[in-house]
Design a protein around this ligand. Structure first.
Ligand code: NBP
Length: 468
């Protein structure tokens, strides 16, 4: 009898199965397309205790009771289909763990549907790509605590290990795990876009070569900006195409794809009424990038008059590093605020400090700055957007002039900086006592009698604006 079963042998499933087996557990695997299972067993399984199955019934029957089955398949309908295929063979008390990027509302529905049948269900965010899955991902399991306890020992062993412990914790009730993974991806979009904007200023503004930018990114990666995304970015900059000998990054089409988790984060932030402009604009920037033909045509119709002549490259590089740090902090600020609000709305009961801890290793947004963010949230657990802290404000204010300079400078170069701008504007709005929302309220009242409140007296007011 095997300890655990895994369905879905694409990149994530194969590597996760190997990771689990290498920690001493026996694993049964199944994939819809049988050939993939055969190839996996033949080519990748060596000494590991992994056995391939070619029908669901014998796959389920090979598992020790209570059975534990991890799904690593494409999110959406495939997950419902596979659950239906499993159900005839499962018993009460068995557990299904969805390790894919499922939409959190689907996970809530599945938890409830399966609860009625006595089947336990965990929605588990898995981050780290294929290397993470093999060597130690960041795991974000959510659902019933009893279900988590059934697999805790396995999850803690296969997760990335850091000095702060394994990158896995019980995230919270219901779909908490998939919610946190969704926002993780929203933050990931924002940081990737911010790095891309900084690269744009270096490449087109300062006219540096990818090699030179690689050197700068590598230096930054040795400092406060140390992170997985900075590390891969410097490696990308230095990578030369084998065929042409040119820097590969220069040859890649500038249309950024997306699978939906960033968009879901933004849609959810709008639904819950939490401002996440940097995360939202990272999605918009990817969407806009796809209009290549229109961009090419328009770029020929506009004359760009460059006014910046003598630039202090060294100063700009320092300012860019600060601007990026500011933006990374703000991206986390917005994401955490959204998680906190969801935790209240959906009764997830999420510990933000633990979320930051399990993002420290294995995952795509792992970064040195997470230690600083954890320090801030530990001082005051109510400070859910991290801004209400002397430390945070002095960190941001120290970088404020740099970001202000870079956002202005980028316009001199005719470069858009969606995430850098929005991080600055979010911060400016958050530290502003009086926003121009008074005019919005007056306009709403003018055309729609929507009423307004006053600052000088209590009550709800309406004005006949045209009568004066
Ligand atoms: P994919 O997301 O590309 O999914 C491919 C797998 O889903 C294959 O095993 C495929 O079986 C199976 N599948 C499909 Br498609 N439709 C199915 C159906 N109707 N019934 C049964 N199986 C079906 O694989 P992945 O990139 O390894 O990702 C797996 C999950 O992990 C996804 O939810 C993904 O979003 C998430 N994730 C991926 C990454 C990453 O870096 N790739 C990182 C973190 C999370 P087949 O072989 O028969 O087609």
């Amino acid at each position: 009898m095997k300890d655990i079963g895994l369905i879905g042998l694409a990149v994530m499933g194969q590597n996760l199965a190997l990771n689990i087996a290498r920690k001493g557990y026996s694993v049964s695997v199944f994939n819809r397309t049988a050939n993939t299972t055969q190839e996996f067993i033949k080519n990748r399984v060596k000494v590991e205790n992994i056995e391939g199955y070619y029908d669901i019934k014998s796959f389920v029957e090979s598992l020790a009771k209570p059975r534990k089955v991890i799904l690593m398949i494409k999110a959406g309908k495939p997950v419902d289909d596979v659950i239906q295929q499993l159900l005839p063979y499962l018993d009460k008390g068995d557990l299904i763990i969805d390790g894919g990027n499922s939409y959190f509302k689907d996970t809530s529905r599945r938890i409830n549907e399966l609860k009625e049948k006595g089947i336990l269900y965990l929605g588990m965010g898995v981050s780290g790509g294929e290397a993470g899955a093999l060597h130690g991902p960041s795991l974000m399991p959510g659902g019933s605590y009893d279900a988590y306890k059934m697999v805790e020992d396995i999850l803690l062993k296969i997760a990335a290990q850091t000095e702060a412990g394994p990158c896995c914790t019980y995230v919270g009730n219901d779909s908490a795990g998939h919610f946190v993974k969704m926002v993780h991806n929203g933050i990931e979009y924002a940081i990737m876009q911010a790095i891309a904007e900084v690269y744009d200023v270096l490449r087109k503004g300062l006219k540096l070569s990818p090699e030179e930018i690689g050197e700068i990114f590598e230096k930054w990666n040795n400092g406060e900006l140390n992170s997985f995304l900075m590390e891969i970015s410097y490696k990308i900059m230095k990578y030369k195409d084998k065929e042409t000998g040119k820097h590969l990054v220069d040859l890649i089409l500038d249309e950024a794809e997306q699978k939906g988790t960033g968009k879901w984060t933004s849609q959810t932030s709008l639904d819950l009424g939490i401002p996440t402009p940097s995360l939202n604009l990272a999605v918009e920037a990817r969407t806009l990038s796809f209009f290549k033909k229109a961009r090419v045509e328009l770029s020929k119709k506009v004359t760009k008059t460059y006014t910046t002549t003598n630039v202090d490259k060294e100063k700009i590089i320092v300012d860019l590093e600060n601007a990026l740090l500011f933006s990374v902090f703000i991206s986390f600020s917005q994401g955490l605020w959204l998680i906190s609000e969801a935790s209240k709305t959906f009764n997830y009961d999420i510990d933000l400090s633990e979320v930051l801890r399990i993002w420290k290793g294995g995952c795509i947004i792992r970064a040195k700055i997470l230690d600083f963010l954890r320090e801030i949230i530990k001082e005051n657990t109510e400070n859910v957007n991290l801004l209400n802290s002397e430390k945070a404000l002095s960190f941001l204010m120290n970088k404020f002039d740099s970001l202000k300079y870079i956002t202005n400078l980028s316009k001199e170069f005719y470069l858009s900086t969606f995430v850098l701008n929005s991080s600055l504007d979010y911060f400016l709005s958050m530290i502003e006592e009086n926003l121009p929302a008074n005019l919005i309220q007056a306009q709403r009242d003018f055309f729609g009698a929507h009423t307004y409140k006053r600052i000088d007296k209590e009550g709800i007011f309406h004005t006949e604006w045209e009568t004066q």
